[in-house]
Structures are given as C-alpha cells and as structure tokens.
Design a protein around this ligand. Structure first.
Ligand SMILES: [Zn+2]
Length: 377
C-alpha cells in the first residue's frame, strides 16, 4: 500500500467512524427528561371494558346491574350510541385530556393489551406487582400481612433527592401492609385514619366529624370523596415529588353488585384526577414538570354476572389499562397494534420518569414502558 493509498484508507476509516457516531448519536444521547414529579393514581378494579367503551348496556338495569337509579336517569347520564362518546361521558378527563395529550394502553379491540402477570388478579398481588415491579407467588391473600418486598416508593425514599418527598394517600387501609410501613416509614394517609391533628380549622373539624360519624361500608375502605379533601390540602405543605393515590370505590360497588354506583364512582374518580391535575399545574413546582400514570390493580369478569367479581375464576380479570400523561410522553393517544405491556413495568416507569434506574437496583423488576417515556424503538 502506497502512502497515498494508506492516507486515503485512513480518511475512509475516519469518515466511516464519524458516520457511525453520527448515526448512533440520537439514541446514545437522549434529551434530558422534563419530568420532576410523578403521580401514580389507581382506581381499584375499574375494568378496561368501561374505560374503552363506557357504560355496558346489558348492565343498565335492575336485573343484571342491580341498579337502584331509574334506568332512564342512568342512561341519560352515561348512555350514548357511539362508543367514543359513551366513554367520554363516563370519563371526560381521561378521554378529553389524558388520552389526547398522553397515551393509553389496553384497548384489546385495537390490538393493545395491558396485563397483570401475578396470576391472581386481586388487589394485594396487583399492588405488589405494580409497586415492586415483580409478581410474588407468596402473596396469595389480601390478608398476607407486611410485604417482604421493597416498593419503588420505599426505594425512591431512600435516595437523598427524594427522601421525605414520597407521599401516599389511599382509601384502602391494607396499604400499611403492602408498603410495609413498619419498615419503610413512608408517610401514609390511608383508610379511616383521621387526616388532621392538632388545631383544626372549621372545615377540618367538619371532615373529622364526618370520618367519625358516617356509616362505613367496612372498616378498611374509606370513601373516595373523603380521601380527596385531605389529599388536596396536603399538597401546599408537603409538595411531594412522588405521590401515590389509591381510590377504591369502583371495586367496592362492583362487589356490592351496584352497577349504577360503579358508573357514578368511575365518573367521580375521573373528576378527582382532573382536580388533582389542575391543582398541581397551578403550583410552580409542578407546572409542566409532572407526569401522571393512571391505572388499575386488576380487571374483572365479564357478562351478566361475573362483572361483579375478579380473580382466577373470572376470566379476563388479568386485563388492565394504563394511561400516561406528562411533559415527556409523546401524544400518541389510544395505542393500537402495539406490544403487550405489564403491570410489573409500572414501578420502573415511575422511577425512569425521575431519571432513576429501578431494575438496576432491583433486578427482578420489569423494565419501564419505553413508549410512554418517548424512548420507544
Ligand atoms: Zn375487589
């Protein structure tokens, strides 16, 4: 090889190296994420069927839906012939804002599947999967007791930048076990625990009176409306960077066989999410820097009877839905013909939005939902 030939070959090598670097650059150097805060919100046992198609016409009656409302009133509120209008009547914020600005997974009619992988499809195994990033076969009862697994909330709370900035508000008292408060020391406002202490304002006194005097569905489950007030109150003082909010009525009213109350509580849940979004967007620490992840812990059965229950006996209880909206999530709306996503991915997704690699710390954890982070291939 002559000098000229070798110089040319060196130049070719240099150019091809530069070309390779230039091609690799867009994926190697991702732009920094704009999310600084993540809010993970759950409506317990709200089916993907209602989320994507709205009220089920076969259950808008006393015979199968167990409704106490007048059929015509319920239909006026929630029935529309067109499925897109119907789901929007039920969940106006989810369909008018979240699914427009963000993404929603789980419409099986469009080739998008979101599933639990725990094989149980009831609450404790679901929240364990969602919050720790992996299913645990040992957890086979809602009365399992303190969770041996560390959740992404507990893990984030051990990191200096998030310590003391993780907050949990949930209607279900069992979160004390799911998040193992004795070990995690996470601040939890759950169940019927009184939300205010010390010198109370008149509105706070009134809410405490209602906590103490309202007839309870049971001792473990607070009403969603009673959760919302102290949740909103807490934001000014606490300003959490990681917030978990668990609403429970959509599950409880289905177990009670009251489809009218399932619809009313799903609609109210949608309003609470809107209220939380608007309240946070009004605060400088959250404006344009907050991602919402909205989902459910399990699906339910289908048909005229099995909609009330969920678990291995009720086929389809493993099917869920996951919605994401925030400054880093591409506005791709209702996802279609896309790879299956899993409940176990939610933990790593929460961490990834905050720039943290949860599966690196907890190898059993599933990877984040790259598509929601705008990092899909
Ligand atoms: Zn349930």
């Amino acid at each position: 090889m002559s000098y000229r030939q070798s110089a040319r070959s060196a130049l070719v090598t240099l150019l091809s190296t530069l070309l390779a670097l230039w091609i690799a650059a867009p994926s190697a150097a991702q732009p920094p994420l704009r999310t600084r805060n993540v809010v993970l919100i759950v409506s317990d046992g709200l089916r993907w069927q209602e989320v994507f198609t709205g009220a089920d016409p076969t259950l808008l009656n006393e015979a199968h839906g167990g409704i106490w409302d007048k059929e015509e009133d319920l239909r006026r509120e929630f029935w529309r012939t067109d499925a897109a209008e119907r789901r929007r009547a039920l969940l106006p914020f989810l369909w008018g804002t979240v699914a427009v600005r963000g993404q929603i997974f789980g419409n099986q009619a469009l080739g998008s599947i979101a599933r639990v992988t725990n094989g149980k499809a009831f609450s404790y195994p679901g929240y364990n999967e969602m919050l720790t990033g992996h299913a645990d076969a040992r957890i086979d009862s809602n009365e399992f007791g303190p969770n041996p697994n560390i959740s992404v909330l507990e893990w984030l709370n051990t990191l200096p930048e998030f310590h003391g900035k993780v907050s949990v508000h949930a209607t279900w008292a069992t979160f004390k076990n799911i998040l193992n408060v004795a070990r995690s020391h996470l601040p939890l406002q759950v169940g019927w625990d009184l939300p205010y202490h010390g010198n109370l304002t008149p509105p706070q006194q009134l809410l405490i009176r209602l906590y103490e005097t309202t007839t309870r569905l049971d001792d473990e489950d607070l009403y969603d409306a009673f959760l919302q007030v102290p949740l909103l109150d807490s934001l000014d003082k606490q300003q959490p960077r990681v917030l978990f909010v668990g609403y429970g009525e959509t599950d409880n009213w289905a177990h009670s066989g009251r489809y009218d109350l399932v619809l009313h509580s799903a609609h109210a849940f949608d309003g609470y999410v809107r209220e939380l979004w608007e309240r946070l967007q009004a605060l400088p620490a959250y404006r344009d820097s907050t991602t919402f992840i909205i989902t459910t812990d399990h699906g339910r059965g289908s048909g005229l009877v099995e909609w009330k229950e969920h678990g291995v006996e009720q086929k389809g209880s493993e099917d869920i839905w996951i919605a994401v909206m925030g400054p880093d999530t591409p506005s791709l709306g209702e996802r279609r013909q896309i790879a299956e996503v899993h409940q176990a991915q939610i933990a790593a997704t929460v961490a990834a939005f905050l720039g943290k690699d949860y599966p690196h710390a907890v190898p059993a954890a599933a990877p984040p939902i790259a598509e929601a982070l705008g990092r899909g291939r």
